[in-house]
Design a protein around this ligand. Structure first.
Ligand code: GLC
Ligand code: CA
Length: 557
């Protein structure tokens, strides 16, 4: 069994298997592709590899719709491949965590198939199946995350509906049913027995539904309301989560990081405290700055000040109770540099500054594949280029809300999940060396220059900077401070400058000049050493420090 909180000093790397590396020339990434690249990951300095779902699935939502929790998706390989990946990673000192998608399964899962055959039987109770109202209306007016009603007709039963808070091919599992919970816990332990180190837990806040199913005030032309209203009315999720922890994760000392949507600041101790439901949860406060319930307001410009305030608020909240997983991008949105750096100012320096500012806050940093290369949104030119259900819906919904096709394209493109799902560029061969054939989704245009091989050769690349960050975090002299040290904002009111001090046995100052113009700061005492700098020369004066545009400095003080 691993030591208590063994995960505290780790760095996570998220792999989106479909787009990481294709080993057999079918245009789709796979498990053997990941095995080929383990040395790359080791060299990058990451410890925990989180694999987005690799289970059997019709891929309506790219694998987040699982039709067999005990089987590997054919396109990705075999159980043998996964076992090899687990074992080889471990030999190299890295751990695998899998994606646990248990709010819903696929409509092609055996459970749902049986529920359709006999809605009043045993498997009918695995889902939320309701009769249509007398006037034919749905039981509630909740809008699914991907658009349209959360209710769809149960195949073969025109009088009945089933609930899906995501896509209609993702029926929600009924957590009120103890048999469902038992089945899920059995599956979780089965995977932990295979030697994985834990899970990233998907969309978990949705598992609890309100006691009463009723309409809430409509907020769109479609007469529906945002699904967040459902979550606000659902109480007592802790019963399920505590039970799950005790029956599964705790027995293995597994690491768990949950995707918890919405603001749970008030409840943070229950989630990540000493007896919390999970080891950690993602801190999405920065990412959530881009979302608005009004689609027209999606993806507003995020200023340096907004970003800084979000980080400081979260750091303060977590300091009272537990460890966040810090994240600036994932498979569910645009690339971080497009989100957080103004267009026209996206450059190697600003990318490195953004990378370091979040990486050295208190918590566990999580890097999404390609982030370490400074990858940017690929640019989509027509709605036909979208693969993602959510983007396809967002475009249609925007039109319905009265946006022009050009505006609809603009808001959809800005936030599209496909932005981050393009193939990982490994070298300058065709398709970035990701595959020998045309990949399932378009490749970024700039892959000839922005790719792993090119950045490995250039010691000033974003990739080499990410390696330096990993080396600093694990440097025995600074590790205690960077992992466990307190977090205190510095020069908080200084505009467009983000700075903080980490303090334990050492004191380390992190400063990011978050703008495209110079600035200066005055230290209380001369700094001792520069530990990381995204420019070549260290500051001349050790007290009065002149910062270049987007300069990032980490100093021992
Ligand atoms: C999570 C995943 C997302 C998926 C959804 C439904 O938010 O990150 O990709 O579509 O859950 O499973
Ligand atoms: Ca393949």
């Amino acid at each position: 069994m691993k030591a208590d909180k063994w995960w505290k000093d780790k760095v996570i790397y998220q792999i989106y298997p479909k787009s990481f590396k294709d080993s057999n020339g079918d245009g789709i990434g796979d498990l053997r592709g990941i095995i080929e690249k383990l040395d790359y990951l080791k060299d990058l300095g990451v410890d925990i590899l989180w694999l987005s779902p690799c289970f059997q699935s019709p891929f309506a939502d790219q694998g987040y719709d699982i039709s067999d929790y005990y089987a590997i998706a054919e396109q990705f390989g075999t159980m043998q491949d996964l076992q090899e990946l687990i074992d080889e990673s471990r030999q190299k000192g890295m751990d695998i965590i899998l994606d646990l998608v248990i709010n819903h399964c696929s409509d092609e899962h055996e459970w749902f198939q049986k529920a359709c055959q006999d809605p009043d039987g045993r498997y009918g109770k695995y889902f939320y199946i309701k009769d249509k109202r007398a006037d034919g209306r749905c039981p509630t007016n909740w809008r699914s995350y991907f658009g349209g009603s959360v209710w769809s007709e149960l195949p073969g039963h025109p009088d009945k509906l089933y609930l899906h808070v995501f896509h209609k091919k993702q029926p929600d599992l009924n957590w009120e049913n103890p048999e469902v919970r038992k089945e899920l816990y059995k599956m979780i332990c089965w995977w932990l027995d295979k030697g994985i180190a834990g899970f990233r837990i998907d969309a978990i806040r949705n598992i609890r539904k309100p006691k009463v199913f009723e309409d809430y005030a409509a907020d769109g032309e479609d007469g529906l309301c945002n699904i967040e209203r459902m979550i606000e009315h659902a109480h007592g999720i802790g019963e399920f989560l505590t039970e799950m922890r005790l029956k599964t994760f705790d027995r293995y000392n597994a690491f768990t990081v949950a995707e918890v949507s919405g603001d749970v600041t008030e409840d943070l101790t229950s989630y990540v405290g000493q007896e919390g439901y999970f080891s950690s949860i993602f801190d999405f406060r920065e990412i959530e700055l881009s979302y608005s319930e009004d689609i027209r307001l999606h993806c507003p410009k995020i200023t340096a000040e907004d970003y800084k305030e979000a980080c400081f608020t979260s750091q303060y909240a977590f300091s009272q109770c537990g460890t966040p997983v810090n994240v600036i991008e994932n498979h569910d949105g645009p690339r971080a540099v497009n989100r957080f750096i103004p267009r026209g100012e996206i450059c190697p320096e600003s990318k490195k500054m953004l990378g370091a500012l979040y990486y050295f806050m208190k918590g566990i940093p999580c890097i999404y594949q390609g982030q370490e290369l400074g990858m940017e949104n690929p640019g989509f030119h027509s709605p036909d280029e979208f693969q993602d259900v959510a983007s396809i819906y967002s475009y249609q919904y925007s039109l319905q809300q009265g946006l022009s096709p050009a505006e609809a394209m603009k808001v959809t493109e800005a936030m599209s999940r496909d932005n981050s799902r393009t193939p990982m560029p490994w070298d300058n061969r065709a398709f970035g060396g990701f595959s020998t054939v045309s990949p399932w989704i378009k490749t970024t245009d700039d892959y000839t220059e922005r790719n792993v091989a090119a950045e490995q050769r250039d010691e000033n690349s974003v990739l080499c900077f990410y390696k330096k960050m990993a080396a600093l975090r694990r440097d025995a002299r600074y590790k205690k401070t960077l992992v466990e040290g307190s977090f205190t904002p510095k020069w908080k009111t200084k505009k467009n400058l983000m700075a903080y001090v980490r303090k334990a046995d050492k004191e380390i100052l992190v400063v990011g000049n978050y703008k495209n113009e110079p600035d200066r700061i005055v230290m209380e005492a001369p700094y001792t050493t520069v530990l990381l700098n995204n420019y070549a020369e260290d500051p001349e004066d050790k007290i009065e420090i002149r910062l270049k545009p987007y300069q990032l400095l980490i100093m021992e003080i």
